[in-house]
Design a binder for this molecule. Sequence first.
Ligand code: SF4
Ligand code: SF4
Ligand code: FES
Length: 522
Amino acid sequence: MPKITIDGIECEVADGLNVIEAAKTIGIHIPHFCYHPALSLVGQCRMCLIELDPIPKLQTACSTFVKDGMVIRTNTEKVIKARKAIMEFLLINHPLDCPECDQAGECDLQNNSFEFGQGFSRFEEQKRTYSRDIPVGEKLVRIQDRCIHCTRCIRFFREIVQNEVMTYQWRGNNTAMTPLEQDGRRLDTNYSGNMHELCPCGALTLKDFRFKTRPWNLTNTESVCPLCSTGCNIFIDHKQRKIFRIRPRVNMAVNTWWICDIGRIEFKYAHSQTRIAGPRVKGADADWKTALDTAAGLLKTTGASATAILCSADATNEEALLVKKLAAALGCSAASLPAPGVDPLEMEDHLLLRADKAANTQGLKALGIVPDPALADKISGGAIKTLLLINPFNKQLAAALEGIRDAVAKIPNLVVLDHNETDFSKAAAVVLPGAVWAEKNGTFTNYKGLVQRITQAFAPAGKAREDFGILLALAQSAGADIACKTHIDAYNEIRDDLLKLEAQIKKDIEAKQKAAAEAEKA
Ligand code: SF4
Ligand code: SF4
Ligand code: FES
């Protein structure tokens, strides 16, 4: 490991780091615009200039890699003067329209301008301007006046999305980022939304979030995307019990810096008009006690062989434990349904999205709640008279239920626990309104067995309750012996099972990769 000195601090850093990353390890921030750790180096914004002994000229920190004995200075008069000069240069044409810019408050250009800008301009000529608010596909809006030509957008689409949809047009002062849409290039990639964080100023903004609120008014809750089995790490940015946007949270073991646009934008069901407003019994509004007592009574009426629990893989691990305990107390089976042709490890694209559109298929598997093809036959044959159906709103469970939709709706003692209305909740004898993922605490196990925590951003909407509490009440009424009263107790009870599964999946993945490598060699 090279030993280097940065601003008089001696440190040992990992091999292969550039000076920006090396400085970060000891808490020194070197301002930069064009550099991003996931993208190729271009060294073109010159904001990251530093002094490097004994070289007389300033060097770019992004393209200088650490070597043993290096002496680096990041805060000398010469460096600060260079940063101020770069900022003055970048702001010649920038409109400085922060008060109406959506990026304000989380803008690298604004932050660096605050630190290194002069507060006045020597530029007396006309700023160059372009038409504003040009759509870049369905998801982004471009305001070229604000662009600082860092080329992050060009490199992101070329290198990460692998679809070159942005390029330069014109030269010098007139250079503009221009979307391309030809030769099979699509502006609407499933990853375009990442430019919301990646563009270092307000030149590319997210259509879905523009002018909705200021970022400093939002609370940021750490969570995990529930929309496929990758389990990308996210921030839920919310205010007054409403989600305003979803942003990626860096996790190098899962999603690196990115999320897909499905995960970013498809959270609207949390606040949709179809949220189940309150508990219902036989189609009429009911209070929670009546609904829970009726549901608990129904679950015991028809005997174990005519009773079943069918659960979507959007349940948390802790909820799945309670489902298992409830089933054991009732003596019935708890299962999911096989999703047609879905392999939890299969990718749907080259980057993050997986074919398995449920958050916790692997967690349910660890707890023994697995797809049971025979259950669909029993339901369509009329053998099931009592069914607790959990979260049929989940796309994957909905697809699996497609062929037995009518048979399920005709089950006399149908109890539905869900957050949004479906044909099943409309037909149910008892409806128990549950929570969406942003309203819950618990854990999901992703495709490779990694157990990840989801944190409640706000309380369930209206009269809805957390599914954990609803299942606990049902299991207790059924006489289950339950020591866990909170999701943390439940997690502690199942932790060993989950860790065993993680180790097993790791082995399976390695074996699969080895077999694929051998097949390629042969
Ligand atoms: S649009 Fe944004 S990301 Fe693209 S070059 Fe301009 S400033 Fe950089
Ligand atoms: S890849 Fe999957 S987990 Fe990641 S953001 Fe998209 S839908 Fe969510
Ligand atoms: S970050 Fe180094 S030149 Fe742009």
